[in-house]
Design a protein around this ligand. Structure first.
Ligand code: NAG
Ligand code: NAG
Ligand code: NAG
Length: 312
């Protein structure tokens, strides 16, 4: 190759490799880089809206999610192409998989559950934890333990979802997979982030956005997650109780990525896994269940409510 060809190639490469990601990084800092409690900008907050609508749409019946005709939530993300729906809304939460041309991304979303029953299950004095299934999660150390109920439900839909995700990646040359869910659906999506990271080529970016997520596993789970998933946000609304259960005294730990909506139009990103020292973050806002408000679990997440009755 001639010297001029090389020079042109180099300048094209350096423009592509340096300039574009720099602009992207200014707009969306990867979550792992937050080392101190930080106010979110108005733009960061409004950028969350499509993810919140995806989480909301997961509560809609597959019969109307198929065809992306679920009302307000679906209309809020025009052009999304659903290709797989499943679950029965009872034993298995609803879920859907589709292609989002706007972001050249595959999206997987999981429905959550009734918060009152959920909180009572997650405050049980004995919550069984187990290792991840080594077929689904190859190479994970045996010190890593997660909530048995979450792992079992995730395992039931994981193979079908992975097959669909792979097929959409290859059909569209998609470069990103985004896992989204609220409540129990947030816990399933947290597991799904790791599952995708271990089963897809490393060239695929894994991103997660969850809402009102309970703790999923032990501190070893949190360390593994933080080391593999660089871009994860778990959004907690005001005095929601679900993010403080199961308790840390039962051996559970959150992963990194806390975003706490302190009040409408005022949210902070919190450093670490379980930020217990910043007054604007969840633990100090809701030190125990009696200080919380279960209604905040449903929203509003910047004006958007999520739950069975908000599928209109
Ligand atoms: C992180 O993920 C969010 C949600 O998918 C996305 O909007 C954002 O651009 C990502 N940031 C980076 C640096 O990749
Ligand atoms: C963060 O936002 C709050 C509420 O708008 C404001 O009172 C505070 O001064 C902001 N902090 C910084 C460091 O900008
Ligand atoms: C682990 O997952 C695989 C694949 O879904 C399944 O065949 C196997 O039975 C599971 N193992 C256990 C111990 O549940």
């Amino acid at each position: 190759m001639g010297i001029w060809t090389q020079a042109i190639l180099l300048s094209t490469l350096s423009f592509g490799a340096l300039a574009a990601p720099f602009i992207e990084t200014l707009a969306h800092l990867p979550r792992a880089q937050v080392s101190t409690v930080t106010n979110m900008t108005a733009t960061q907050l409004s950028d969350l809206a499509p993810y919140t609508e995806f989480a909301r749409a997961a509560y809609c019946s597959p019969s109307i999610v198929q065809g992306w005709a679920c009302g307000e939530a679906c209309q809020a993300v025009p052009g999304f192409q659903v290709s797989l729906t499943g679950g029965d809304g009872n034993d298995i939460q609803y879920y859907y998989v589709g292609y989002w041309p706007d972001q050249n991304a595959v999206v997987v979303a999981h429905q959550g559950t009734d918060p009152t029953q959920f909180v009572s299950d997650l405050t049980d004095a004995t919550i069984p934890m187990e290792n991840l299934n080594s077929t689904l999660f190859p190479g994970v150390d045996s010190s890593v333990m997660v909530h048995s109920g979450f792992a079992n439900e995730h395992a039931q839909t994981a193979p079908a979802i992975l097959a669909e995700v792979k097929s959409l990646i290859s059909a569209n040359n998609a470069e990103t997979v985004i896992l989204i869910g609220h409540s129990l659906g947030g816990a399933l999506s947290e597991l799904e982030c790791m599952f995708m990271a271990l089963n897809l080529p490393s060239s695929i970016a894994i991103q997660g956005v969850t809402y009102g997520t309970p703790r999923v596993g032990n501190p070893a789970w949190a360390s593994l997650f933080d080391s593999k998933i660089g871009n994860f946000s778990r959004i907690n609304n005001e005095k929601d109780i679900v993010p403080i259960v199961p308790g840390r005294f039962l051996g559970f730990s959150h992963v990194q990525g806390e975003v706490h909506i302190v009040a409408p139009d005022y949210a902070v990103e919190c450093p670490g896994d379980d930020d217990a020292t910043d007054s604007q973050c969840t633990i100090m806002t809701v030190p125990n269940i009696a200080d919380g408000d279960i209604l905040n679990h449903l929203g509003p997440y910047q004006g958007i409510y999520i739950g069975s009755i908000y599928c209109t």
